[in-house]
Structure formats: C-alpha cells, structure tokens
Write a protein that binds this ligand. Sequence first.
Ligand code: IFM
Length: 453
Amino acid sequence: MTTFPKDFLWGAATAAFQIEGSPLADGAGPSNWLRFSHQPGGILTGENADIACDHYQRWPGDLDLMRQLGLQAYRFSLSWSRIMPEGTGAVNGPGLDFYARLVDALLDAGIQPVPTLFHWDLPDALAERGGWRNRDCAEWFADYAGIVFQRLGDRVPRWTTHNEPWVVVDAGYVHGVHPPGIRDLSAAPHVTHNLLRGHGLAVQNFRAECRGEIGIVVNQEPKDAAGDDPADQAAARRADAYMNRQFLDPVLLGSYPDEMAEIFAAHWPDFPAADFAQIQQPIDFLGVNYYTRSVNRFDPSPTAQPVQASQVRRPGALYTEMEWEVRPRSLYELLMRLRKLYGDIPLFITENGAAFADPQPDEDGRIADPLRTEYFRTHLLALYDAVADGSVVRGYFAWSLLDNFEWTFGFSKRFGLIGVDFATGERHLKDSALFYRDVIATNGEILSDSRSR
Ligand code: IFM
C-alpha cells in the first residue's frame, strides 16, 4: 500500500509573475521582469506576461479549480512591486489587499496558503539601485517581508523566503539570460551572499512577528559524472557544489562549500564572518524543487563556466520539452542524500512536474497528457519509497497549477495540471489533474494499483 503519512500535505504551486498579469494594476510598480520581458530579445518567443493567465482578475475561478482538485495547500508568490512600488518606503494598500483577499478565500476553502516572498520579480526601482548586488538589498527585502508578516502573519501558517535563489544568480549574473542580463563572475558571489543575508534577516523578522513556520526553497539537480574519468568526477563535484550546496550549506551548516573558492577563483570574496550567523537562522523546513538530474563531463570551454562542466545527453532516455531527463530514481537518491548531508530537517517537495506539448482540448474539454501523468506517477512512487526509507517529507506541490509564462521561454512550455488557452483565458483540467485529484483523495493509495507497471 502506498499510503502517505497521515498529515501529508498535497498542493500545487505557481508564481506571481508567471500567472498574474496586470503588472501595473492598482498602483503596482514595475518589476525587473516587466522591463526585461519588454526588452527586444529578452523573451525567446517575443511574448510578455502582461496578461499571462490573467489570474489577477480570474483568481476566484482558479480557486474553484483548486477546490475541484481537492488541493490541501496552494503555494504562490507575492509580487514585491505590487506591495511596495518603489521596493522600499511607501506600501501600496491595494496590492497588499489583493493577497489578503486571496489568503482569506483560500482559508475559507480549507486550502492552506503557502506564500513565497521572492520568486525572482524584484521592484525595478531596486534593480536600478543595483538589485541583489547591493548589500542593502538584504535589508530592503527584510523590511518588505516584515510588512507582509504584519498584515498576513496572523493567518498564514507556512511561509518561504526565496524560491530557487541559485537561478537568480546563475541565469541573471553568470549567463545573462534573466534580468539583469549580465555575465559577471565578480558580481555573482555577492548576489548569492546578499540573497542569503536577506533570507536570514527575513527569518529573524518572522520570529519576532509570527508564530508559524518558515523555510527557503532551493532547486536540487543531482549531478552525476559521465564516467570514471577523474576530470569528469571533479566536474560533477563542482557542478554539485555550485548548484546544490551553494545555498544549502550556508543556511544549514553556516559556511559555503570549499569548492566555491575553486570555482570563482580570484572572484570569490572573503565575506565577513558575522554574516554567517545572520544567514544560519534556524528554519522550520526546507523546500526542495526537483525536476531532473544531469550527467556531467569536464569541459574547459567558455560556455561551460564557471564550473567547467557540460551536460551529456543520454541516448534512450526520455527528455521533457525543457530538455530535462525524466529520472524519478534521482528524486529518491536526492532525498536520501539530503538526509545524510543535513540531517532530519523536515522537507517539502515545493515543485515537481514536467513540460510536455499538449493537444488542444477535445470536444468534451479533455486534454490527454499521458507523459505528464506518467511523470507524476513515477515521481510520486519514488517519493513514497523515500518516505518509507526514512526521508522526512511532509508534503508535495505539483508544478504547476496552471500552464503559465515560463520566463524566457514565454508560453511555449506547458507545465500545468490545468491547460490555459492564452488567447481566451479558458482553463481545462488535463488528465494529469484528474490523476492528481485521485492521488490526493486517496492519500496516494491509487499509486499502489500502478506499482507493477
Ligand atoms: O517555472 C519554473 C519556476 O518558476 C521555478 N522552478 C522551475 C519552474 C520550471 O522551469
């Protein structure tokens, strides 16, 4: 029987910029992503997120869909620039009211709200002041967090600070494909450090203000070596430190992995020792986003910087539309490894899912998405095995509730349980959503039926 623990929390996740649309409504300020998405070449498809899923207007309907799926929790992010148009100083009441209405309606529906404070969209006014490169950004973030805690902290039971801060650094400052769109190895370590300091300061504010739980969300991609060659092994080790441990080690162990100094060489700063106490605030849980693993070989070419590793495609393996290998076993291995490295800190899988091309809805409105359904099925079985073997996982959030704006890929990659027609805003439940609904209703038991497939 694949029944999950009694209090296991089943949810789905989204992020503000990817679904809301109406970026400047009701007094909101522009964000760095609003600017970037309107810059020629910023988004590969030439699209923007001005409407996206129109969730800002359609959220009551989306809440009904969550109810239909039987969701027990909903993870979403808050747009900092809706709440503080300049990033600091004046608070925009209507922006905060939007989230207060959403939170109250979720609670009324018996769905636990799990807000993320920072899922990549930064007030553009702060980007102009250097963004996360500026040491003060940590304090700006903590002040914003404090304002949100004051308003919603009495009724939101579980919060997360940052979503996937590694992406902010790697995509924004190392590869220049997210805002601010620069490639500067001397900036990247400072961005990491200030994100981490911001996280720690926000946790401190939370403890002073609220009684619920708070954690951080990191993306984890197990890094396997392409072979036994020591150069490939070393490349995989560097890639692992850079992507998987760069944020977790400071938060949970109080220092950066040794490999960071090797990777960034002369660019790696000597950070003030006192910062680490600030960063290593006790957290209540860790959010883990898992999609894939990668197989790495040594590659000294400029495109393989800063870790000198590039990824090998595995013949015969199934890849999603993101070119991500489907490998549920790596989720199991990851959870076992996290326990070994960081002990029994409670975990939530805060994102897991797959982009596959979907057919149009048929005449009954059905969207058949067998590959995505199979992705969820096999990953949930791997998760079940990890829990059975001692991993302390308290809940699971499918990515994503809705097809949405996949950052630089625009609307070309569909991750939703619910299909969205971006021309009309219409929503249709996919087969994977119906499958997930049944998983939730049986607390995983229906997975037993498919165990031997
Ligand atoms: O869409 C993103 C999300 O914003 C962060 N995690 C990965 C997802 C899929 O790429």
